[in-house]
Design a protein around this ligand. Structure first.
Ligand code: SAM
Length: 248
């Protein structure tokens, strides 16, 4: 069994050592020079042996590793067949399509219209279009008063004003605060959220907002690379009576 650290532990070691941070910056520079961060081309990626087209301006689920890692946590042990799932910031639709294999239905939301088109193509490509409901809009805006068993979110975890649609995948000024504030209105009483944060971004701003709202925070999974640590946090409502069985 893999040892999964507590949320408190993840907070304590929120910063990687200097050499790892410098390596991360160097790798980001190499990506930029080689144009990998441009997202201006159509690409085909495979996640869990499923094909995903990535359209221009849409976040690639594999190159920065985060989408693929979050999607790897979504399986039949986690998701029940009668569940309704919300994939916030769906991008290529990687988490929505993988969740749709197990859930009753999935609502996929993104503020980038190209991402919604891309997620639609990928739902079709994987024969799951009947289960994926695509909605263009801002955070919880398109789901009004709907509640879900599971909400998954790989957010833009860097702080700042996004320059364009492509940049919205990386940067935001207020998503952490607005997501934390809205979560309680969109989870069923036994529902929970999975949020991916990277040591590369400002994860502590999200964790601070989650703690401020009194959400129960635990760590579902963590993966360490030389230059980056990815953590999938599990968030439950403060008065939730459910017990968390670690799925590992
Ligand atoms: C890091 S990407 C994750 C994409 C995909 N879920 C994945 O894991 O590969 C973040 C996504 O959130 C979307 N996004 C950013 N701000 C948003 C907002 N306010 N409302 C809805 N989606 C948003 C971006 O357009 C982008 O597709």
């Amino acid at each position: 069994m893999t040892a999964v650290p507590s949320a408190a532990h993840s907070l304590r070691v929120a910063r990687l050592p200097l050499y790892a941070r410098l390596l991360g910056k160097a790798m980001a520079l190499v990506y930029r020079i080689r144009g990998k961060d441009k997202y201006d081309e159509y690409r085909m990626e495979w996640v869990q042996n499923m094909p995903f087209v990535v359209m221009p301006s849409v976040f690639n689920p594999k190159v920065p590793r985060t989408g693929e890692f979050l999607a790897s946590q979504i399986n039949s042990r986690l998701v029940k067949s009668d569940w309704e799932v919300l994939d916030l910031g769906t991008g290529s639709g990687v988490c929505a399509v993988i969740a749709a294999q197990h859930a009753q239905r999935v609502v996929a939301v993104d503020i980038n219209a190209a991402a919604i088109r891309c997620a639609g193509v990928n739902a079709l490509l994987n024969h799951l279009e009947h289960k994926v409901d695509l909605r263009h809009g801002d955070l919880f805006g398109p789901v009004a008063d709907e509640r879900f068993d599971l909400i998954v979110f790989n957010p833009p975890f860097m702080t700042g004003a996004p320059r364009d649609d492509r940049d919205r995948a990386w940067r935001s000024s207020d998503v952490a605060e607005r997501f934390a504030a809205g979560l309680a209105f969109h989870l069923k009483p036994t529902g929970f959220a999975l949020v991916l944060l990277s040591s590369f971004g400002n994860g502590s701003a999200f964790l601070h907002e989650f703690a401020r709202r009194g959400l129960h925070i635990s760590v579902l999974a963590e993966r360490r690379f030389v230059n980056e640590r990815l953590t999938v946090f599990r968030l439950a409502l403060p008065d939730s009576t459910q017990t968390f069985e670690r799925i590992r």
